[in-house]
Design a protein around this ligand. Structure first.
Ligand code: C2O
Ligand code: CU
Length: 537
């Protein structure tokens, strides 16, 4: 068991959130925090008792051709609804789910096709977690979408309405995810289940990496449970929510059967606050082949790496040398300022089976070294025309986290005009983020673009992050420098912390690309594509 620090005791002692039954959320343990869920021991899940499951693959409702450019268009419909999930051994857990499942259905598309995603908000009027509103805004994280389809926080769709989101899938292959982004409600909505993976394929990626059943999405979250099996929510004065149950694809510490071959895992940390430090129980390498923005120029073999919320890492694990019946655990070494419990040091397990391997698939035994280059990874610091600096802060008086002194409420108060940066279309810039606090880490996400991490505290970035990124872990006392080129769209986009209680309180600002203050913004995220009346169809 982990020893817990005085500060963590203070955090846990400060919890005052309301459980689903309306009961006060009181800690069961104070000094020895073994768990935070209120479940009786008999209902508490234990590691490695349940098989890994995958989210269903979503089929288009129809397909067509874009008359303007001849590109294939796939139309999807997803309905946000309250549902019940089987997470615990016996008790059912109420969730909010895309099509009623958590994680939401996986959407898989090819580069060059277009997606029209009709997102129907059929949530109850009252949020089951806290009685708040259930307006939603859907962000496809990892997509350079137009601002009006980017899940702009204040561009909300109330329950009873829908919005059609359009994605052009022109970027290189990558693991994206769609999640709720409603203004000041992102944490509750994502935690309640509104998150799913979206895979963009291209020919280079298909030739290099395992596909189909050997290309496995792993969406990792943490959760805490009330005595009746419903989700608990306690964010420690917005510092973060630290659940004691680790879920992979919505199941606690699952087990996956694996053949003696190379597998590809698309690891998404969809926890609203917790960061991970994954490692294998054997000490064998995790081979990182992809980061947020797709394939890295070269694979990187690591024993462990730091993995914040919203980051995606595509990882190869080679199971060839293990014995039939051997169990390999994927563990979590954790990072500073997470609150850990008895079993948060485990994620899932792999059980090796002796089934014959199809050696006709060349990816079965291939660990590629050289992968593919990309625009963000080819940029050089000399191309930058401007360096901007941002400080990540906490205001103890207001209990708000801010970027410099900016917050989303300032953006709202400005009529969505206020921006913290206004690069020209096509400009290359260096953005520096400084977190001088010792108390929090901040995964910073910049919408629209992929960046290259130039340095952390003046040193080289970690091996695992030597690929195109859209989230950067800004750890305690760290300063990171990022290099990026702004485009291909003009318009306004968000920058925020992806610790979602931080984002909502109120660590989010915006920048504009290629806009003069006097320009008419044809892609105004609040007005260019409003949600429509739900016809009930
Ligand atoms: Cu994953 Cu602005 O979000
Ligand atoms: Cu933060």
């Amino acid at each position: 068991m982990m020893t817990i620090t005085r500060r963590q005791v203070l955090l846990i002692g400060g919890i005052g959130a309301i459980g689903a039954a309306g009961a006060l959320w009181l800690p069961r343990e104070t000094l020895d925090a073994k768990s935070i869920s209120k479940l009786p021991a008999s209902e508490m899940p234990r590691p490695f008792r349940t098989p890994l499951v995958l989210a269903p693959l979503l089929s288009p409702t129809s397909s067509g051709i874009d008359p303007l450019d001849g590109a294939p268009v796939n139309y999807y419909t997803v309905t946000e609804v309250a549902a019940s999930a089987a997470i615990l051994p016996r008790l059912k857990t109420p969730i909010l789910g895309y099509n009623g499942v958590f994680p939401g259905p996986t959407i898989s598309v090819d580069q060059g096709s277009k997606t029209v995603l009709r997102m129907r908000n059929q949530l109850p009027a009252i949020h089951p977690l806290d009685g708040g509103t259930t307006m939603t805004s859907t962000h496809l994280h990892g997509s350079a979408s137009l601002p009006q389809y980017d899940g702009y926080a204040s561009d909300v769709t109330p329950n009873g309405f829908y919005k059609d989101y359009k994605y052009t899938n022109f970027q290189p292959a990558r693991t994206l995810w769609y999640h709720d982004h409603a203004v000041h409600r992102t944490a509750q909505n994502a935690y309640s289940g509104l998150a799913g993976q979206y895979h963009l394929h291209d020919p280079l990626e298909r030739a290099l990496l395992p596909q189909g059943e050997y290309d496995v999405p792993l969406t990792i979250t943490d959760a805490m449970f009330a005595v009746d099996g419903s989700l608990g929510y306690a964010d420690n004065d917005h510092s973060g929510l630290w659940g004691d149950v680790i879920l992979v694809n919505g199941k606690p510490w699952p087990v996956m059967k694996v053949q003696k071959r190379v597998y590809r895992f698309r690891i998404l940390n969809a926890s609203i606050s917790r960061s991970l430090r994954p490692t294998l129980s054997t000490g064998d390498p995790l081979v990182i082949v992809g980061t947020d923005g797709g394939l890295m120029p070269r694979s990187q073999s690591v024993v462990t790496y730091r993995h914040a919320g919203a980051e995606r890492y595509e990882v190869l694990i080679d199971f060839r040398k293990y014995a039939t019946g051997q169990r390999i655990e994927l563990r979590n070494l954790s990072n500073k300022n997470n609150v850990d419990y008895d079993f948060t040091n485990k994620i899932m397990a792999f059980d090796v089976v002796g089934d014959p391997v199809n050696t006709g698939d060349p990816t079965w035994n291939t660990i590629p070294g050289t992968l593919v280059g990309s625009e963000p990874m080819s940029l050089t610091a000399a191309q930058s025309t401007k360096t901007r600096r941002f400080r990540l802060k906490r205001n103890d008086l207001t209990n708000l986290f801010t970027i410099d002194d900016g917050s989303w409420q300032d953006v709202v108060a400005s009529g969505f005009v206020k921006v913290v940066a206004n690069p020209a279309l096509g400009a290359t810039e260096i953005w520096e983020f400084e977190n001088s606090s010792g108390g929090w880490f901040h995964p910073i996400h910049i919408h629209l673009i992929d960046f290259q991490i130039l340095s952390r505290n003046g040193r080289a970035p970690f091996p695992a992050e030597l690929g195109p990124k859209d989230v950067v872990y800004v750890g305690e006392g760290e300063t990171v420098r990022l290099l990026m080129k702004f485009g291909p769209h003009r318009g306004k986009y968000m920058i925020h912390c992806h610790n979602l209680p931080h984002e909502d309180h109120d660590m989010m600002v915006q920048f504009s690309v290629g806009l003069d203050p006097n320009d008419v913004d044809v892609n105004d995220p609040m007005t260019a594509a409003r949600s429509a009346w739900d016809t009930g169809a």
